[in-house]
Design a protein around this ligand. Structure first.
Ligand code: F6P
Length: 394
């Protein structure tokens, strides 16, 4: 018997379930269909992670009748035993508007460099083979990894070793190549803009300079977007090394024209021309170095040089928390659904990405080739300059 609509999803699922293929005219390609999909969230959390998990579970169950296995705390859950859960509709009910991730996450679980105790001693070893064995033991046809730059790089290495990875990009920093934007970024920008709005009223009342340090690692997207949206007077980003004197010139100009307050939005990765980024903690083979502290330097310089009362606020992890915006829920949901379709098409080693209005897939290798940075010739920077916002370089 031959079916006319050979690639009808339910026909494929049924045929696979009963272990026949030829009778239904199914091809080798149909064997790519994933019966059991694993999902983990890795790296720093970002608003929208739960929306991805929910979309993966609902799409896998509703459209393909596939099982979804959640893995706790990033790659840790693939190394440690008993750290998985079958995700059904019950587990994902009500999580769409919730920040964080119901699966937990970790940014120290790199299987290629994991701290373990061997013969009573703490050592850093490559446990990637054990992780691959675990994926086999869990009988996962695809592992969906939702992560930022670091997690996706680890995923790509695992893919090269044979792991059936599908990637979903997430980060508030928006620094992943191959996608116009990552989910989490919009929420972080909203939070940062709200903070600038709040600093404005107190700055104006007290005739102060308010310096706000924002996250973003080596990319200045959060500071630039929130700075423009919140009407900051100075925006300092890593892509445009700044000059302390030029920052002060802007503050002085404002004061000279009767505006005795100013807002400076500074990205944590910003640094003075000829100088270096400021770290609050150095890195090691397990953890990346932690950026932080540049706002203090800017605040001290401004206070001394401009003779204006200055206060510094570090917004920190507030940018990663809270409910995702509608845009982030929308994007995360589309990415989750796309990841399941990619799993069903056997598009391992690829990542969901937003290109214009379309969600497409691109090879992880391509996405990771170059990190995304603010285009210093782009319209956002031109807009800021045109509005008279100082980037501290002219
Ligand atoms: O990558 C997301 C991010 O929030 C960065 O903006 C920030 O530098 C870093 O993570 C902070 O990481 P942690 O949660 O380890 O403090």
């Amino acid at each position: 018997m031959q079916f006319d609509i050979l690639h009808d999803t339910h026909v494929v699922i049924f045929a696979k379930a009963v272990g026949i293929r030829s009778d239904y005219g199914l091809s080798e390609q149909d064997d790519c269909m994933a019966d059991r999909i694993g999902i983990l969230t890795g790296g720093g959390d970002a608003p929208g992670l739960n929306a991805v998990i929910r979309a993966v579970v609902k799409t896998a169950l509703n459209v393909y009748g596939a099982q979804v296995i959640g893995i706790y705390d990033g790659f840790d859950g693939l190394y440690e035993t008993g750290r998985t859960i079958e995700l059904t509709r019950a587990e994902v009910r009500g999580i769409l508007p919730r920040g964080g991730t119901i699966l937990g996450t970790a940014n120290r679980g790199n299987p290629f460099a994991r701290r373990v105790i061997r013969d009573g001693e703490e050592v850093v070893v490559d446990v990637s083979d054990e992780v691959l064995e675990k994926i086999d033991a869990l009988q996962l046809d695809t592992l969906i990894v939702v992560g930022g730059d670091g997690t996706l790089r680890i995923s790509y290495e695992l893919y090269l070793k044979g792991c059936p990875i599908v990637g979903v990009p997430k980060t508030i920093d928006n620094d992943i190549g191959g996608t116009d934007v990552t989910f989490g970024f919009d929420t972080a920008v909203s939070t940062a803009t709200d903070a600038i709005d709040k600093l404005h009223t107190t700055a104006e009342s007290h005739h102060r300079v308010m310096v706000l340090e924002l996250m973003g690692r080596d990319a200045g997207f959060i500071a630039l977007h929130a700075g423009i949206a919140g009407g900051a007077d100075v925006i300092l980003i890593p892509e445009v090394p700044f000059d302390f004197e030029k920052v002060c010139r802007k503050i002085d100009q404002r004061a000279a024209s009767g505006r005795h307050f100013s807002i400076i939005a500074v990205a944590e990765g910003a640094f003075p021309a000829g100088g270096a980024q400021v770290y609050s903690r150095s890195g090691d083979e397990i953890s990346a170095a932690r950026l932080g502290g540049i706002s203090q330097d800017v605040g001290e310089f401004v206070a001394e040089t401009c003779a204006m009362e200055t206060r510094v606020t570090v917004l920190g992890h507030l940018q990663r928390g809270g409910q995702p915006t509608a845009f982030d829920r929308w994007l995360a949901t589309r990415f989750g659904a796309a990841a399941v379709r990619m799993a069903m098409e056997g598009k391992h080693g690829c990542m969901a990405s937003l290109q214009g209005q379309q969600v497409r897939d691109i090879p992880l290798e391509e996405a990771l080739a170059e990190p995304k940075r603010v285009d210093v010739e782009g319209d956002a920077v031109l807009t800021a300059r045109g509005l008279g916002i100082s980037l501290g370089d002219e």
